[in-house]
Each structure stands twice: as structure tokens, then as C-alpha cells.
Design a binder for this molecule. Structure first.
Ligand code: SAM
Ligand code: SF4
Length: 345
């Protein structure tokens, strides 16, 4: 597809962004901070070094890059992190980006959050046109929650989910399937989510960054989880998609939907429509590869967007075919050195 649209403020027309494999980039994930009020064992190490604050893009700069992507055909924006709701004044970014929902250029503005600050922000998010959010929650056991997040408080997250649902937000729960940690709890987590009208998506742990633990000790293949669930529940494959890589089944007994995000057991890169921007303006064309493009320099070099668009074009021209994640006893190195909190999950 080569839809031609004019770039505002420019005499040139610009195509939407299409990579060398013909995949149109319609989805941008933006990590607005690499900081977080949790230290989940599969995401961060206990002692993290965070980016120096002066390196961060301002909220205005983040808005400008997001807007450039929207102009070039991005229709879906997900704000993530780190924990996006701990970034100071983050509501200003949601408010200003909501103009692209009003104009119809964006079909969805959404976020992924650990839920700790949701009770404070749910209503305001809904007022800016956010309709669906993802809340990450791996267990409903308070002690296990504390152990997995190191710093988290389950009651705050549950209060946040209550507030989000009261504000009319459609909540999807994301849970990383973790060997030994929550593997016995997956059916109860699913029953709980479905009982509250929420989808549950399970995620395979990915080898991103050194977290001080062998990944093979965390990794639980979802093929195994599915087979186990199928002993108790009737799972039917359905076509339901949310624009991401999750493949869904409906669960007859609960009436709910269960998603499987399987970067390891089933590589889904062929349909990848997304790129990821960090809070310092680095664009990653693939979650599982090191190659990246600096968008901060062209952004700051000129108040017009020509240099930025050129850097975006050059970056998308390098989008790789896919990741090559491996988790086994022989491969102890992470696939990439950076943590998920840096690139934005
Ligand atoms: N702090 C927010 C949260 O937890 O939802 C947003 C950022 S977090 C990095 C985004 C998602 O990535 C979460 O659902 C988290 O469980 C997931 N995640 C983090 N590290 C991961 C890893 N190594 N493998 C798979 N998923 C991971
Ligand atoms: Fe923070 Fe989310 Fe990473 Fe947990 S998964 S440490 S909540 S960024």
C-alpha cells in the first residue's frame, strides 16, 4: 500500500512508512520513561542504572515525534515504559496527543501500565479518549506479587483496576507466564479476569537484558500452558485481534477470551507493523535486535520536520525481518543487552 499524504508544513508529499518486507508501519510504542516503581524479576535487575534525566526527550519533543509518525501513517499509539504513569506531568502528553483522536488520524491511543497509579489517573485518561488499557498483573497472591515485583503492592493495583473499570476503560490483563512462580495460578487468574469482563493475555518471557537470573529458569512455553488448560477448559481458536501479536481463544466455560503472545514458541514477525521509540528518542525497529536509529538529533537540529522524516525513512528501510530469540541451557546471553523497560514492552 502506498497511500500518498501531504506532510503538514511541507511542500513535499510523503508516503506512509513501509519496510523492505512490505509491512506498513501503523503502530508506534513509546517508552516515555525507563524508570519504574516496581522491579519485576523478569524485567529489571535489582539494582538498575537509569538514563540520565538530561538525555530524556521533553514531553513536547515526544509529542512532536509521535505526531510525525501519525502524519506518516501511524494509526495506533501505545504509551509505555518503564512505568508511564510515574513520569511527571504525563497527563499533558495524553491530553495533547488526544487531538489526533479528535481529528481521526489516530484510531487508538492507549497505554500499558503496572496499575500502581491508575486509581489517580483513570478518570483523566478516559476523558482524553483512551478506551482500552493493558494492565500487567502476574499473580493475585499478595506475597507472590511482592516477590515478583520486588516493590509492588497488589492492593494498589487492584484498586487501580477498579478505578479503570469505573471510569469506563476496557481493561486487558497481561501476565508473563513464569515457570514455578505463577504456573499453578494461570487458571485462577483467567477465571478472575473473565469474571470481571477482562481479557487475559499470557506472554512468554523474552531474553531482554541481564536480570540476574537464568532465563531458562523463568521460561514457561505457552504451548505447555495451553495444553494444560485444555485439560479443564474448552478452548476455541478465534479470529479476534487487537492489532498486536496475541492469538486468542475463547474459553467456553468462562465466556471470556484468552490471548497467547508467543515470541518463542511461535514467531509472529511476518505480520509486524510496529516500531518502538525510547524516551531518549532512539527508534528500535525490532524488539529483539540491537539496531536502532537516533531521532533526537534530527529532531533537535531543526524546527521543521524534514530531517526527522529522512531519519525515519532511513530507519524503516533497515527494519529487520524478525528477532531470533532463543532460550535454552546453552544460550545464557540475553538476545539484546537492553531491558524491556528501556525499549518499552
Ligand atoms: N510498566 C508497565 C507494565 O508493567 O505494564 C509497562 C512497561 S512493561 C516493560 C510492559 C510489559 O512487558 C509488561 O506486561 C511486562 O510484563 C512485560 N515484560 C517485561 N519484561 C519482559 C520480558 N523479559 N519478557 C516478556 N515480557 C516482559
Ligand atoms: Fe516496571 Fe513494567 Fe518492568 Fe515491572 S514490567 S519492572 S512494572 S516496567
Amino acid at each position: 500500500m502506498n497511500d500518498i499524504r501531504p506532510i503538514p508544513g511541507s511542500s513535499t508529499a510523503s508516503p506512509v512508512l513501509v519496510d523492505p518486507f512490505g509491512r506498513q508501519i501503523s503502530y508506534l510504542r513509546v517508552s516515555v520513561t525507563d524508570r519504574c516503581d516496581f522491579r519485576c524479576v523478569y524485567c529489571m535487575s535489582e539494582h538498575m542504572t537509569f538514563l540520565p534525566k538530561p538525555d530524556l526527550l521533553t514531553l513536547e519533543e515526544l509529542d512532536r515525534i509521535c505526531t510525525a509518525f501519525v502524519t506518516r501513517g501511524v494509526e495506533k499509539l501505545r504509551i509505555t515504559g518503564g512505568e508511564p504513569l510515574v513520569r511527571r506531568d504525563i497527563m499533558n502528553l495524553f491530553r495533547s496527543l488526544s487531538r489526533h483522536l479528535d481529528s481521526g488520524a489516530l484510531s487508538e491511543l492507549t497505554l500499558t501500565t503496572n496499575g500502581s497509579q491508575l486509581a489517580r489517573f483513570a478518570k483523566e485518561l478516559a476523558s482524553y479518549g483512551i478506551k482500552r488499557i493493558n494492565v500487567s498483573l502476574d499473580t493475585l497472591d499478595p506475597a507472590k506479587f511482592k516477590a515478583l515485583t520486588r516493590w509492588g503492592d497488589l492492593s494498589k493495583v487492584l484498586a487501580g483496576i477498579d478505578a479503570a473499570q469505573e471510569a469506563g476503560l476496557h481493561v486487558k490483563i497481561n501476565a508473563v507466564a513464569l515457570k514455578g512462580d505463577n504456573e499453578d495460578e494461570i487458571s485462577s487468574l483467567m477465571e478472575w479476569a473473565h469474571g470481571r469482563g477482562m481479557d487475559l493475555a499470557l506472554i512468554e518471557v523474552m531474553p531482554l537484558g541481564d536480570v540476574g537470573t537464568e532465563r531458562v529458569d523463568q521460561y514457561l512455553p505457552l504451548s505447555l500452558v495451553r495444553a494444560r488448560l485444555a485439560e479443564t477448559y474448552t478452548l476455541e481458536d478465534i479470529d479476534f485481534r487487537t492489532g498486536g501479536p496475541a492469538r486468542y481463544v475463547s474459553v467456553k466455560e468462562t465466556g471470556g477470551r484468552l490471548g497467547f503472545i508467543t515470541p518463542l514458541t511461535h514467531n509472529f514477525c511476518e505480520g509486524c507493523n510496529r516500531v518502538r521509540l525510547t524516551c531518549t528518542g532512539t527508534l528500535y525497529m525490532c524488539l529483539g535486535q540491537e539496531d536502532a536509529a537516533d531521532l533526537r538529533s534530527p529532531l533537535r537540529a531543526s524546527s521543521s520536520n524534514e530531517l526527522l522524516y529522512t531519519a525515519m525513512d532511513n530507519a524503516i528501510a533497515r527494519k529487520p525481518k524478525g528477532h531470533d530469540f532463543v532460550i535454552d541451557r546453552r544460550t545464557s546471553q540475553p538476545a539484546v543487552g537492553r531491558h524491556m523497560s528501556h525499549t518499552g514492552g
